[in-house]
Design a binder for this molecule. Structure first.
Ligand code: ZN
Length: 164
């Protein structure tokens, strides 16, 4: 089996048997991202536990590239630290924006390398990045929220944490 056929199989496999699919609780954050050019949609939920991604779940609809890429993404980032996730998603982004000229780091991206061929098709790059952008958005919102909470807690005189 040649490399392209193997990559295609990984994508189809993740499309037919997606990982972490099916929204569940608990979650600290839920984001919904849409790729209007293709009609792909992703809802992603996660929690942060001790700085690590946990309780990842998602649901979505759209083309096989968008759904399979989200499935692979969740497998790659599950239980990783925010720093590790940044390294992985930067590498995937670089691969997708490399127009097919970037040689992927297989150790870092694992099944993510299967999307190498997509980089040659600008219209499909957005499909492959949708789940990753949702992840990035979710982490940003969560870390923003934590920083805001920390600021609020510093100015509450008795330090008691108010549920809001
Ligand atoms: Zn798509």
């Amino acid at each position: 089996m040649d490399l392209q056929a193997m990559y295609q199989e990984i994508i189809l496999d993740n499309y037919k048997r997606p990982s972490h699919r099916g929204l569940h609780e608990p979650f600290d954050i839920e984001v919904h991202h849409v790729n209007p050019t293709c009609g792909d949609e992703i809802t992603l939920r996660l929690t942060l536990e001790g700085g690590r991604i946990a309780n990842l779940s998602w649901d979505g609809l759209g083309c096989s590239i968008s759904q399979a890429s989200t499935s692979v993404m969740t497998t790659l980032v599950d239980s990783k630290t925010i720093e590790e996730v940044a390294t992985i998603s930067d590498a995937f982004l670089a691969l997708m924006q490399g127009k097919g000229a970037v040689v992927p780091d297989e150790e870092l991206l694992e099944d993510g390398v299967a999307f190498s061929g997509v980089a040659k098709y600008p219209a499909r790059v957005k499909c492959a990045l949708l789940g990753w952008m949702a992840l990035k958005g979710a982490i940003l919102q969560l870390t923003d929220r934590e920083q805001t909470d920390a600021k609020i807690l510093r100015i509450v005189p008795d330090g008691s944490k108010n549920e809001s």
